[in-house]
Design a protein around this ligand. Sequence first.
Ligand code: NAD
Length: 720
Amino acid sequence: MTDTIKFEVDSDGIALLTIDLPGRSMNVINGDVSRDLSSLIEKVATDPAIKGAVITSGKPAFLAGADLGMLGSQAGASSVKDMFENAHAMNRQMRRLETCGKPFAAAINGLAMGGGLEITLACHYRVCADDPKIQLALPEVKVGLLPGGGGTQRLPRLMGVQASLMYLLKGDSMTPQQAKAGNAVHELAPLADIVARAKAWIKEKGDPVQPWDKKGFKVPGGEGAFNPAIVQTFTGGNAMAQKETLGNFPAVQAILSCVYEGHQVPMDAALRIESRYFTKLMMDPSSKAMIRSLFINKQAADKLARRPQGVDKFQVKTLGVLGAGMMGAGIAYVSAEAGMTVILLDTTMEAAERGKAYSQGLVDKGVQRGKVSAEKGQALLGRIKPTTSYDDLKGCDLVIEAVFESRDIKDDVTRKTEAAVPGLPVFASNTSTLPITGLAKSFSRPRDFIGLHFFSPVDRMPLVEIIMGKETSQETLARAMDYVGQIRKTPIVVNDSRGFYTSRCFGTYVAEGLAMLADGIVPALIENGGKQAGMPVGPLDVGDAVSIELGYKVREQTKKDLGDAYKPAPGDHIVDRLMELGRLGKKAGKGYYEYPEGGKKFLWPGLTENWPSAADQPDVTEVKKRFLYRQAVEAARCLEETVLTDPADGDIGAIFGWGFAPFTGGPFSLIDAVGVDAFVRECDRLAQQYGARFAPPKLLRDMAAKGESFYGSKVKAAAE
Ligand code: NAD
């Protein structure tokens, strides 16, 4: 018995190691588990009374992987040699397990991720509970790492190189059935029988030598530099990886290298190769930033870390949604999926029903793909109640409006709701542009009014930007966060401002693309530069998708609201011209791109006719820098103006809200990685060359002068 692993030996001399971290709902590999596992492996290896061992878990999941918080603090912190030793420790331990001369079997009772799955792969035999909901995965690539506990070596030796690369390079999960079909587990059994089956294997067969340690072992499907199928796999794999990552995700290349190099040598050398690449990634600032933003800070946000203390937990049982259009229909679906009853209101019954039909479509797809049972799907649909009557909103705990983006219409529906439900606890607006403080004026209790800004499509986008109006109370914020937690989305909290945080910064990406067009930069260079900078699509492409007309309308409203204070953008005249020409965006079938029926879209040749390309074109690195720095400088302004109050919210919001280059860890992580001082100097240069929009805010200058960074010395806005 150790602190983290229960140890028992049965009358057959078979040990059972049950990993069960005290005080945690999930097993993870941390220093304690690692130490305990090593000592028990030694015990099994050296105690002659023990014939072999089964490893299982005392929790519903098997093991969720390494504690990335621990890894994150190690990244870049110590010497290269220390980092290699840390990285190689698990490989050494797993190698000891598989070569100690005693058979080990894994009884996988639930989810096994990363290091959790790697422990099982080092065992000589794997029995998995026959439950299609169990996820088995090596998801390290998603946070910029590679599976460093032997995953890049053992999975391909079990499944074959090509099949395993699909899982290693994407981090996708496999079901137990897929794992069995692919040779990654040996046996499926009912949950209650897995330990007994694992013990039976030890008793009956108990071969303590891994296939790859036997003479004549061959990787299924082949290996090596001269095998035509493998050469093809790596040639294609490299090209595809390059196309998809544009060189921005070193982990993808590193995994390919681990598999390629590691399969030409015996296991011990292969594991050293893996540990070397792992160390290299850990030294890359991008891994550290990705672990911080995509994992540690995101998880904290998911656990509602910023929820005000001392407010009773709020549970939305009945939700009202006003407007059953694209957003309202999506909000209704995710809320009904989370178990809420949803009153979906529109001006006509037909529109309200259409909104519900959206959920029907998603449920049908889910049932077809086996992701949801027909009964559960029906129950979900039964919870959505279309209506045109405000009286039906009685009893709602929260009402979210998602009607047309018009102040008058929003005022009208807010008043009607309050008249019908006088004691409504919280009213929220899903506006994307109208300041919340202004909208709250049509509600008699502005303290209970808040912004809940969803992203489209609601069922797929993980972020909700919560906007505090001037008078919104902390209690309302806590309640809004509880709702976001109920629908399992990630909240960030921002203060009221034009475009809030996400729309404001995202807008600078498209605007910079137009500024470049005005500067005479070739459109293809603009689009490819955006993608190479790490953005999911080019600025003109996304401008079309969002709609040029919408951008124009938002700008006109802003002009009206700001009057003389409006600062024209360098590309304003381009938008005006496209509007004149009726090129309103993708929905209209023409915008910055042409959309031929049945064909592939292409950049509208009129762009270069109207805005001729300059003879001298910039290097793509300058284009990339303009995109990333322009957005990052705007994010820093948001922090200075207390629109944001925490850089972590800024990084999470940027990546999950508008797809800001994930490998940077977000705009604040980017500034930290460049160094605040160097970033300020470069922004000064960009401002001089391209305009004041690049001018660094005082916050950054002050930080540079004091040698501060966002995450080293976590700067918080003055308001906090
Ligand atoms: P939409 O046009 O698809 O849907 C609006 C719905 O509201 C329509 O079904 C309409 O019939 C209904 N409606 C209009 N007036 C009404 C009234 N008086 N009472 C009840 N229902 C009424 O629009 P959408 O894209 O779903 O946007 C809705 C809101 O969400 C807007 O405020 C928009 O700015 C915001 N938003 C949109 C996006 C996006 O990507 N589309 C993203 C975030 C936020």
